[in-house]
Each structure stands twice: as C-alpha cells, then as structure tokens.
Design a protein around this ligand. Sequence first.
Ligand SMILES: [Zn+2]
Length: 262
Amino acid sequence: MTHEPYDTLAATYAVGALDGQERADFERHLADGCDVCEAILRESAEALAALARSGPPMVPPPAVKEELMRRLAATTPARRGAARPRPLVWAVGTAAAVIAAAAFIGTYVAARYEAQLGVMARESAALRAKVEREMAVLREQTDVYANAADLLRDPQTQIVTLRGLGPSPEATGRVVWHPVKGGYVFVANLPAAPPGMAYEIWTIGDGAPRPAGLFQVDPSKRGAHRIDPVEGGKPVKVFAVTLETSTGVPTPQGPMVLASAK
Ligand SMILES: [Zn+2]
C-alpha cells in the first residue's frame, strides 16, 4: 500500500482528530507498516510535547504525550506479526486542546508543504539550469555552423581534410580555414575524451605547433570548434588534434588523434 494519501491524515491522527472511516483506513495503513507515517507520529509526539511545554497551561501535556506514546506502542508490534492494533479511544477533552491541536495540524501540514515546495523549487531550478546549459551549447554550435558557412563564401577559405591516427584511426575531420580570419574544425567518429581530458587543436607552420583551442565531442562522437587565426596570417601547413589534459597544454604531449595530410 502506498503512503501517499495518508500524508495529511498522519498529522491529524497524531492529535486524535481523525475518526470514522478515515481513522479506520489510516489504522489499517499503519498496521500494514509504514515508516513514513511512523516517523510522522513520532515527530508529532515530540512536537506536541514541545507545544505542551511551551503552550497554555490548559493543554494537558502528560496526557497528550502518554497517549501518543501508547498509540505508537500499540501500532508498532502489529506490523511485526499477529496482534491487530486495538482501536484506541482518545477524546480531546478541552476546547483549548482542540484549538492547540488544530493550530498544530495547520503548522505541521504547512511546514510539510513548504518543505515539498522547497524541494520542487530546487528541482525546477536545477532543471532550468540544465536547459540553459544545453541551450548555451546549442547556441554555440549554431554560431559555429553559421560562421563557418560565412567563411565558405570567402574565396580565400580552404577546406583541409583531417585523417584519424593512432588511437582513433576511424576518426575524420575537416578544417574550414581562412588565413586571416581563422576557422573551424569539424570532427566525426572521434570517441569521447576520457574524464579530465580534452582534445586540443594545433596549427603548425614553420615554427613550433601553436595551441589553437580545446574541444570535446558529443555522444554521437562529433565535435565542432573555432580555431583562432595565426598572428600575422602566417601560413599553416598542418592541422593536428591531440588528446591532452582538459586545461590544455602549451606544447603537444598526448597522442595525436587527427592530422591533415602534409
Ligand atoms: Zn504512511
């Protein structure tokens, strides 16, 4: 049996304000064993005892506490085996106690709903953050494709083919490259970089390989990334991709996974 419909009933039951069919249903639910309801009854007993200590003297504190403890004692063995819980009769004797009980139920239920609303708010904030992250990634990708398409209209733009090497021979890539504006690399069939690692792209001219950006691939093993132009528009002879630590390195250290034909 699920606990769901008994959430509010438990608090009401705890102060003895539940009767008729609802009370019978709830006691059957308790007898079946419900940790949540038992916890609520226990919390209620403690809260009521505290209320009784701090509340108006007309509320009979020992009676309230004893009765709650007796109910807990009566219902707990029932779930371990044979004995059915004995129906308990507990009349709330005074108007003051009824008022205190009502106030307690109100506060208790409100607190529980506030807690639930808090959980929902945290969950929806997390969801919103996730959607925003995904949107940012999509926007970035859209920008990459739009800018690459713009570059392709320029007659100076070249397309360079990259071939998979070493650890990922099936990987392929294309670099859309403009000598002044820089370009974009598009890769496919490249496995995701291991945790803490990233792919780093290099432009190689006459001097040492120059780091030109870090990228990751998506679950479909594709990736796209901007390549910064080389200062002074110096020619690039080779484009290469290596696997490096995710913060990048100034000179290539890891295995080369893609390179353009020389
Ligand atoms: Zn329950």
